[in-house]
Structure formats: C-alpha cells, structure tokens
Design a binder for this molecule. Structure first.
Ligand code: FAD
Length: 286
C-alpha cells in the first residue's frame, strides 16, 4: 500500500526506521531486528540507504522481506549525490520487481572527501526524475525543522523544500527534534509557504548518552534543558538512561498527537526492545 493512502486516512500512524550496518557481516542481525520490529505491526517501516556510512546494498532486500514476510508496508530510502543515473534507475527497477511502492528520495550527505557524482545535485532533481519515470510511486522527502546544516537560513531551506514538493513528493519526514515547539513553529511556516503535504514527525528515543553527543555534533539539534538534565543525571547508568529516553520520546509523541500531528516516525536504531516499549506505551492512543 502507498504511504500517501495510509496518511490520507486522517488517523495517528506510527512507523519505525531501520538501517543496514556498515559491515556486511552484520546483515543478519539487522534483518532479524527489522523483522522483529515489523512484528509490532507499525503502519509502515523505512529502511535507510547507506546512512551514517552503512551499506546500501541491502536496502531493497530488507524492505522486501519486511513486506513479503510480515505484510508491513515498506519505504525504501534512496540517495543520489554519490550515484550515477544508471545506478539510481537500477535501484528503482529492483524496487519495482520487489513490489516496493514507496521511496524516500534524498540527496545524501556529501562525503568527507567531497567525491560526488555529477548526475544529481539536489534531492528535488531525483524526485522530479522518479515522478516522471514512475508516476504512481509514492515519494517522500526529508525536511529539517531546525534548518539543514548546510543551508544559509531556515527561509532558504523552506524554499528548497517547496521545490521538492513541487517536483512531486507526497509527504515529508522530519529530522529528529527534541522540542515540539520547534516543529509547531516549522509547520506554521511551511503551511504559510503553501507546503500542504503530510509531515511525519521524526522522533529519536535516546537510549545512551554517547549517542546524543554524536547526533548533536553532526546535526546541530537543539537540546532543551529538561532533556539535558536527564542526560546529566542518568547518562552513566545505561538502564536508567534508556528508561528515561523512552519516557521522554513517548511524552513527545503524546503531545504531538494531542496537537494534531498524526504521523509519528520513530528512529528505532534497529532496537526491537525500544520500539516495543514505545508501541506498548501508546497502545490506547494509536
Ligand atoms: P536536499 O533537499 O537536496 O538539500 C540539501 C541541502 O541543499 C539543503 O541545505 C538545502 O537547503 C539545499 N538545497 C536544496 N536545493 C537547493 C537549490 N536548488 N539551490 C541551493 N541549495 C539547495 N542520508 C543517507 O545517506 N541515507 C538515508 O537513508 C537517509 N535518510 C534520511 C531520512 C530522513 C527523514 C532525514 C531527515 C535525513 C536522512 N538522511 C539520509 C540524511 C540526508 O541525506 C542528509 O541530511 C543530506 O545532507 C540532505 O539530504 P536531502 O535529501 O534533505 O537534500
């Protein structure tokens, strides 16, 4: 089923993300985690493409197994800045052959050595091309409530988001954020700019202190003082940090749904236990 059809139902939805790891030897553990998370019956699951240095080889394969073996709709990510046009089209073909109807079309990060291919510069170019090649495919894109790290300011970033929507994307998923007011403000601004597609709120349950330090240094995400106090107090006690991180994420989700944000996307970091605890604590809400 296409994600745009699920979102059009106008009810709260939950989705989980998994990512293939860098080492191919870890493939089996990721696949097991993905299938376990799929067993929680989310509305859909997404599988990243080479994110954080992970491998892109298995994205479609894992997405296809989630769909075929668990009957859960899959969203396969696809990046373009380090790909040739030929490579992009071979992945799209592989998706079609495996019955994947949803793609998250991304530029991808510029590698540290600066080596990129020249066929695509921005995600909007990829989106336009996918829409022309396969008018029926459901296409998602990324958005950044705090602004993308490379953009000069939020206004420019919102203009570029508008280009992605005009190129044919059906929904957008946000980068993680830890203060819901940032999302509410962003929603106001993008709606004012005429961006009306559904917005899925990306929520990261932080379960260890190191993880949060890494994330924030990479993306410049704002940490509210309430959240910092949790990391200060529980950061060196893994079980306590995990419990507090899940509770924080759950509270964020409840506030979002209460305020009419229906699409919740969890960066579940290949952790079925974390996904399950969040799912259970929302059992009557979803
Ligand atoms: P774009 O939309 O192309 O934007 C990139 C930058 O260029 C922005 O600063 C934008 O403002 C600017 N820009 C856009 N168009 C123009 C223009 N016409 N002129 C000038 N500037 C412009 N990475 C992975 O490698 N694999 C994944 O699976 C993955 N999944 C992700 C999922 C989500 C939900 C999110 C939020 C991010 C994900 N990423 C992933 C990270 C993403 O690839 C990076 O954030 C990347 O740096 C930007 O990708 P984009 O598609 O948002 O790029």
């Amino acid at each position: 089923m296409k994600i745009r059809e699920i979102l059009a139902q106008g009810r709260p939805t939950i989705s989980f993300e998994v990512f293939p790891l860098k080492k191919e030897a870890d493939y089996q553990s990721v696949e097991e985690a993905a299938l376990k998370i799929a067993g929680l019956r989310p509305d859909f699951m997404s599988v990243t493409y080479g994110a954080g240095g992970g491998t892109s080889r298995y994205t479609v394969e894992i997405a296809a197994r989630i769909q075929k073996e668990r009957g859960v709709n899959a969203l396969a990510h696809l990046t373009c800045v380090t790909s040739t046009r030929e490579k992009v089209h071979s992945v799209l073909r592989e998706m079609r052959e495996n019955g994947i109807e949803n793609v998250l079309a991304l530029r991808g990060d510029i590698p540290a050595d600066g080596r990129v291919e020249t066929d695509y510069r921005y995600a909007s170019e990829l989106i336009r091309e996918i829409r022309q090649t396969d008018p029926e495919l459901c296409i998602g894109a990324a958005c950044y409530p705090e602004g993308h790290v490379e953009s000069v300011n939020k206004t420019a970033d919102i203009e570029h988001l508008k280009e992605k929507v005009d190129a044919g994307c059906d929904f957008v998923t946000t980068q993680m954020f830890f203060d819901n007011n940032i999302l509410y403000n962003y929603l106001y601004r993008i709606r004012e700019r005429g961006i009306t597609v559904p917005v899925l709120a990306g929520i990261m349950p932080v379960t260890n202190a190191k993880q949060i330090a890494r994330i924030c240094s990479m993306s410049g995400t704002y940490l509210p003082s309430r959240f910092k106090a949790i990391v200060d107090r529980f950061g060196d006690r893994p079980a306590a940090m995990q419990q507090a991180g899940i509770a924080y994420a759950t509270e964020q989700i409840i506030d979002l749904i209460a305020n009419g944000v229906n699409g919740i996307h969890i960066y579940s970091m290949n952790r079925p236990d974390v996904a399950e605890r969040i799912r259970n604590s929302l059992s009557e809400i979803l």
